[in-house]
Design a protein around this ligand. Structure first.
Ligand code: SF4
Length: 691
């Protein structure tokens, strides 16, 4: 039996796993006891991975207009059509939409082709829906998209705040680590800040059940309390005076009223934070998926800067990523508003990339972010879109509209593992991509740790690695010399070399210490946290320890925040929150095939408070309909006092293939944060009806 060390393809915890092929052809998956992310722990989704490896529903061959064709024919067609569109309408008429499921090598290749050779920056990713507000928060405060903390901090802190995070279900192994830390140190306090009472509250010493979307008010009040508790040295941070002036009005009374909390619970929380020697804030979609998500992130970072609780053991603002390689996408420049390896759209970086890639076609201005990108397809401005490893026809807000614009787009290329996704129905060209267990490369988890995904399954049909597909299309476009890689090791080393190229320390992401890895060293690469360079040859556990950030002046910055409530706050109806179930992943293309995972929550439940149920005449388990001007969704009512009155919760997993008439994202409006472009998926005004 051949045991292979690899990394889980589901969430941003990035657990190390050991996959073992059994003589009967099955594969068992167990936790890797030596991987620093999970230290021998695993969740139910990870443990069931071996049951998801069947070939049913796989895209195994290239297809053109629904007909099987050879790779050469599919690549020629894609290259010809892209060339013709670029020739006639310019490079801005082409877009790529990528995924946090891609490996770093895949992402690097796609970003290089679009921004380096096609010459537009219209490559965005489903990570836009997940953590782009966190990126803005870090860049504004630290001058770089740099997560300062490590998982090991969880075991060395005095206070953990989980904000907009049901970690017990969405980052289960981190939750297990917190549970263990609390058992080992009963003095450790846990505060959950969430409008819902979730499974994560089981370990909470304090649950702040605040008004949906009011988090920035709570954190502004905390900043004021910190300044009162222990005066902050003058001009420690840029923006400090403005941020403190903005927070001054946020008395506990005002916070209590804004957040719909009691004054006592607000002051109890502030006391806990101000008196804890070390504190961490863990935040995720509940903060990021908002029209003011970037400001909420900075409101959180502000209190960590002001209190000195960052850059130290057991302290810091810690954004948890949703997908296995959302962080890798950030590193390679997979977001439309950044260039590769933390470079920006400034003349020096553009010239630097031109030198490194040997191209005079580097994109000069930011591209379109996810929602804008599909809007531009709808307006006919983008005439070709290549979608890699994601299903925007289900996962983007206003998803029925996304289906309509894809149906009208002149060229849709889809690289996919699954044959029957809602998005691939619109594809003119389908490329069969390799799946987890077949592909070979790296991912980066929430704590900046780069780990290897290694193959342990035979490659089925004609599936190919995503980086290979990108390189072949680049060849068909005439750029083959710059994409002549034969192995992911070569892609990785090029990416690592670029991260250190003319990097004088202003760019946080630097893995130049891995640029000359041999093929063998790449194959056996142990998990390591970036930066990895001359200063940190063994990687780096904690950033900001010297009190300096990145960029021109490297000064840390507090950002003044004006709290704003979500769009739904002044609209009639109930407020719908969307999220995950414990045992499901995304649109269930993998987890939905495993009976034991379906048992936990087999149906899409619309959770509501009994008072609301009485008001709307809804009984437990009744079939109910959620409706907005954009779409509707059907689910089964679940009455629970875990849900605050006036609010609903529905899972994001079901779509047309399952019980619902359409997915939950058909309800969600495409209102976005103006800075991050992240949609407000957590608070949508909906009306409710009984079938
Ligand atoms: Fe995979 Fe996340 Fe579970 Fe770890 S916690 S096994 S990364 S799904």
């Amino acid at each position: 039996m051949n045991a292979v060390r690899t990394t889980c393809p589901y969430c941003g915890v990035g657990c190390g796993l050991i996959a073992t092929a059994q003589p009967d052809g099955t594969v068992t998956v167990a936790a890797d006891p030596h991987h620093p992310a999970n230290l021998g722990r695993i969740c139910v989704k990870g443990a069931a991975l071996g049951e998801t490896l069947g070939l049913e529903g796989r895209q195994l061959h290239p297809q053109l207009h629904g007909e099987r064709v050879s790779w050469d024919r599919a690549l020629d067609y894609a290259g010809q059509r892209l060339r013709a569109i670029i020739h006639e309408h310019g490079p801005q008429a082409v877009a790529f939409y990528a995924s946090g499921q891609l490996l770093t090598e895949d992402y690097y290749a796609a970003n290089k082709l679009m921004k380096g050779f096609i010459g537009a920056a219209n490559i965005d990713t489903n990570s836009r829906l997940c953590m782009s507000s966190a990126v803005v928060g870090y860049k504004r405060a630290f001058g770089a998209d740099a997560v300062p903390c490590s998982y090991r901090d969880l075991e060395q802190t005095d206070l953990i705040m989980l904000v907009g995070s049901n970690a017990a279900w969405t980052h289960p192994v981190l939750y297990q680590r917190i549970v263990q830390a609390k058992q080992d140190n009963p003095a450790l306090k846990v505060v959950v800040i969430d409008p819902r009472r979730t499974a994560t509250c089981d370990i909470a010493d304090l649950h702040l059940r605040l008004r949906p979307g009011s988090d920035a008010g709570l954190y502004n009040g905390l900043l004021r309390a910190i300044a009162e508790h222990q005066p902050i040295a003058a001009a420690s941070f840029s923006g400090q005076l403005d941020a403190l002036a903005q927070a001054e009005a946020w008395t506990p009374e005002k916070v209590a009223q804004f957040c719909d909390l009691s004054r006592d619970v607000v002051t109890e929380f502030y006391h806990l934070f101000c008196t804890a020697p070390r504190a961490m804030t863990l935040y995720t979609m509940g903060i990021n998926q908002s029209t003011s998500g970037s400001d909420k992130c900075n409101a959180i970072i502000n209190v960590h800067l002001a209190s000195g609780k960052t850059g130290r053991i057991g302290s810091g603002p810690f954004s948890l990523t949703g997908q296995p390689n959302a962080m890798g996408g950030r590193e390679v420049g997979g977001l439309a508003n950044q260039l590769a390896c933390h470079m920006n759209f400034v003349p020096e970086d553009i010239a630097r990339l031109a030198r490194f890639w040997g191209s005079d076609r580097i994109a000069a201005t930011p591209g379109l972010m996810a929602v804008e990108l599909f809007d531009a397809i709808g307006r006919g401005e983008i005439k070709a879109v290549w979608i890699m490893g994601t299903n925007p026809a289900v996962s983007l807000p206003d998803s029925e509209r996304v289906n309509r614009v894809l149906a009208a787009c002149p060229l849709v290329i889809v690289s996919e593992v699954s044959a029957g996704t809602d998005t691939s129905r619109h594809a003119h060209v389908r490329f069969p991509a390799q799946a987890w267990g077949e592909k070979n490369g790296t991912v980066t988890n929430s704590e900046r740790r780069i780990s290897r995904q290694r193959p342990f399954m035979p490659v089925p049909g004609e599936a190919r690695p995503d980086w290979w597909i990108v390189a072949r299309v680049a060849g068909a476009l005439g750029y083959g010399d710059a994409f002549a890689w034969q192995h992911p090791h070569e892609v990785f080393c090029e990416h690592a070399a670029l991260s250190g190229y003319e990097n004088d320390g202003q760019r946080a992401f630097d893995i130049s210490g891995l640029a000359t890895l041999s093929r063998e060293a790449y194959d056996s690469l142990a998990p390591i946290q970036w930066p990895v360079n001359a200063a940190h040859p063994q990687g780096c556990e904690r950033l900001l320890s010297d009190g300096r950030g990145w960029g021109r002046d490297a000064r840390l910055r507090m950002v003044p925040v004006t709290p704003r409530l979500p769009h739904s706050a002044d609209q009639p109806g109930l407020v719908l929150n969307t999220g995950r179930y414990r045992d499901q992943w995304h649109t269930m293309t993998r987890t939905g095939t495993v009976p034991r995972l379906m048992q936990h929550n087999p149906l899409p439940r619309v959770e509501m408070h009994p008072e609301d149920a009485r008001r709307y005449g809804v009984e437990d388990s009744a079939l109910v309909r959620l409706v907005t001007p954009r779409g509707e969704m059907t689910g089964f009512a679940r009455l629970t006092r875990d849900q605050a009155p006036g609010t609903l919760f529905a899972p994001m997993h079901w779509n047309h293939q399952f019980a619902s008439r359409s997915g939950v994202n058909s309800l969600v409006a495409a209102h976005c944060d103006p800075l991050s472009g992240q949609p407000e998926s957590k608070q949508t005004a909906v009306s409710l009806a009984v079938w």
